[in-house]
Ligand binder design. Sequence first.
Ligand SMILES: Cc1cc2nc3c(=O)[nH]c(=O)nc-3n(C[C@H](O)[C@H](O)[C@H](O)COP(=O)(O)OP(=O)(O)OC[C@H]3O[C@@H](n4cnc5c(N)ncnc54)[C@H](O)[C@@H]3O)c2cc1C
Length: 358
Amino acid sequence: MQKDYLVVGLGLAGLAFSSILEQNKRSFHIIDNNSNLSSRVIGGMYNPIILKRFSPAWKAHEMWQQSILTYQHLERKFAKTYFQPFKIFRILKSIEEQNNWSVASDKVVMKEYMTSQLVHEAISGIDAPYGFGELQNVGRVEGEQILQDYKKFALDSGLLSVEPFVYEEITFKDQLVYYKGQTYKHIVFCEGSYVTQNPYFNYLPMKVSKGEMLIVEIPDLEMTQAIKSSCFMVPLGNHLFIVGATYNWEDKTVDLTQVGQAELEEKLQSFLKLPYRILDYKAGIRPTVSDRRPLLGKHPQFPQLAILNGLGTRGIIYAPALAEILFNHLENDQTLDPDLHITRFSQEYSETNSNHSI
Ligand SMILES: Cc1cc2nc3c(=O)[nH]c(=O)nc-3n(C[C@H](O)[C@H](O)[C@H](O)COP(=O)(O)OP(=O)(O)OC[C@H]3O[C@@H](n4cnc5c(N)ncnc54)[C@H](O)[C@@H]3O)c2cc1C
């Protein structure tokens, strides 16, 4: 029997694409090997503003407006609440930063998120002599919970096989693609950082980064906002907070490291003046691309194969919007933005990158 799609990978990207297929009544199957390198540790924060230099992240505002609809759809589907809105207080480090905040908060798009009035109220236990810049319309989506719920649904419905995908089993005939005796119109690869092992797409310049984070308990801190300083401190309720995350471009393992923990604790202690206890420690690999843009499109020689990857540090904001864009590209030949289309690499890289073997 022929199916429309085979989706490889059930992290945020695979979940978002499967959800779009379902909403558009397409037949599909998912294969995932359960080794989920990124989405399983996701902090879940949505924030379209880069808080280092007070500028909008690439297309994050418009993507987020589109992505919200998919999360709302999933909330209805599983009768759960996944949104946890909160404010982010960015600790300002100087008078210059106060001025920069005020200027940036007056700009189009930024206004949606950055409030122009600086916050000078003291939060007991948080060191912020220059006050805070306040971000609104941001928060957290419970990404790990959504994945868990979707995985259960997919298993119960026979839509998911938990096994490794075997690239050698792919064959092509008459515009279709075959995998282990089953026929599909498209295989969509949503493999996160594992794409480096995919012989069809490993020419794309992934520059993955390991992230580590802590879950801490701070019994004396009464706070519902997130704090951003040299790291994030995100409220989970009941005096629990996520502290993260590190960026390591060399270490490709998900092992927990003393160096990572020490870095996070040092950053936390630079603004937190209260006792805390580390309850848990997590690490994952972000699928980041050398130019920090997503990877979308069909394979240059085998258009039955497509990719949805490169979500980087903002998977929550980008995944559902990109899934819809890719779906419209595959189904309706809708043109892709050159900034996210993989053709920005294919020629150059297939000529120079000897890893590209099919
Ligand atoms: C510490 C940390 C904190 C983060 N915090 C945030 C945050 O607060 N907000 C935010 O928006 N983003 C955050 N991110 C980034 C976010 O996690 C990623 O952008 C997102 O999860 C990437 O999803 P993905 O589906 O592309 O990849 P993954 O989650 O890695 O999923 C890929 C899936 O494909 C499967 N797979 C791969 N190859 C095969 C194969 N051959 N056969 C079968 N299955 C296969 C894997 O098992 C996996 O399940 C964070 C990342 C880290 C590491």
